[in-house]
Design a protein around this ligand. Structure first.
Ligand SMILES: C[S@@+](CC[C@H](N)C(=O)[O-])C[C@H]1O[C@@H](n2cnc3c(N)ncnc32)[C@H](O)[C@@H]1O
Length: 342
């Protein structure tokens, strides 16, 4: 495995409620984009979903987009929905879901056609001027590469300044690359709504406490001989949430003359498992959800195909969170950026 994909065989689909709730908080911004974007006069209307994973969390926003555009006069138009992810993504689960889910946007929609592209979204993906609406949720904080290793930690921000600077530099390059390619692919009047991990004014993204637990668990596994020290020392995950200034930077510097930054919202987003724990104090239930979330999103990056190590890690992470739930009890901070093509 060479890329940071999600846990396969549909596992991510079954453990990504938290990501779904984070993205759902952006519905008002999604609706604004769907109201304002220009529908092309002729030909198919193309929607893209950048970083789809196995598709569970794409069904709702893409279905919402299709309904809005059909209501705006697209009833007899053909739609192409293009899901993109890394080559090793579990596309089989995506296509099975599209075919079988009662929530599939393909149901009773003879004019809607679904496709997938297995290629990085930091490069070109679509023909110039072909894209009407682009959506991305909880994907753009994944970097194109791991810029540095934080000594003795999985989370870059727990590393020294030079590690944090290296992550910031690649995050800036990647954001610029993503937008540059989308600027070519969008048709005039097209729009993007991009939801991703973000830092609040205090530089926190909400996931730090869970990463601290994960790091302590791995250090104990190294001490027990369950994980080789060299493997642990290379485990810093290539994720870097962005601040408002990071999101704004390429627009301010004039590097994207064809794109207009319409709005940015950065806010903590709902976590139903946290709400339940605050109401009923069931730390075990919270630990189960947060462990599933963590393993679904980061398991393949940390353990590759080493399922026994991942299972042992998951068990210990669950125990650690259940023992001190208050340390993992932070909402995730999410940034939503709406961009239009001039
Ligand atoms: C946390 S999942 C989000 C999935 C889904 N959009 C959601 O909202 O739940 C992040 C996805 O982004 C994908 N991803 C990360 N880096 C990528 C890249 N450079 N190009 C394409 N996809 C990427 C990962 O493979 C993964 O499937």
């Amino acid at each position: 495995m060479t890329e940071s994909v999600m846990q396969g065989h549909g596992y991510y689909n079954a453990h990504s409620e938290l990501q779904a709730r984070s993205a759902q908080a952006s519905d008002p911004i999604l609706d604004t984009a769907l109201r304002e974007l220009a529908i092309p006069a002729t030909g198919p209307i193309t929607l893209a979903d950048f970083g789809s994973s196995q598709g569970r969390n794409s069904l709702r926003p893409i279905g919402r987009a299709l309904s809005a555009l059909i209501a705006r006069g697209g009833a007899d138009r053909d739609f192409a929905v293009i899901h993109t992810d890394q080559p090793h993504n579990d596309f089989a689960s995506l296509f099975t879901l599209l075919q079988e889910s009662p929530d599939s946007y393909l149901r009773d929609q003879p004019h809607v056609f679904a496709y997938a592209i297995g290629r990085t979204f930091y490069g070109p993906l679509l023909p110039a001027g072909s894209l009407t609406f682009g959506w991305s949720s909880i994907a753009l904080h994944w970097l194109s590469r791991r810029p540095a290793i934080a000594p003795n930690h999985l989370w870059f921000d727990r590393g020294p300044p030079e590690v944090r600077d290296a992550f910031a530099a690649v995050a800036a390059e990647d954001w610029q690359s993503f937008l540059t390619h989308r600027a070519k692919e969008l048709a005039p009047g097209g729009q993007l709504v991009l939801v991703s991990g973000a830092n609040d004014e205090g530089g926190q993204c909400g996931i730090e406490g869970v990463f601290d637990f994960a790091n302590e668990v791995l250090q104990r596994m190294v001490a027990d001989g369950a994980v080789p020290k060299a493997a642990y020392q290379a485990m810093t995950v290539p994720v870097r949430p962005r601040s408002r200034a990071d999101f704004e930077a390429p627009f301010r510097s004039g590097l994207l003359p064809d794109l207009k930054l319409e709005e940015i919202t950065i806010a903590p987003t709902p976590n139903p498992a946290l709400d339940n724990w605050r109401a009923d104090g069931d730390a075990d239930a919270l630990a189960q959800v947060m462990t599933g979330f963590f393993v679904g999103a980061f398991g393949p990056t940390l353990f590759g195909d080493d399922q026994p190590s991942e299972n042992a890690f998951a068990l210990r992470l669950h125990q650690a969170i259940a023992a001190q739930p208050e340390q993992a009890a932070r909402e995730l901070v999410t940034g939503t950026v709406r961009v239009s093509r001039l």
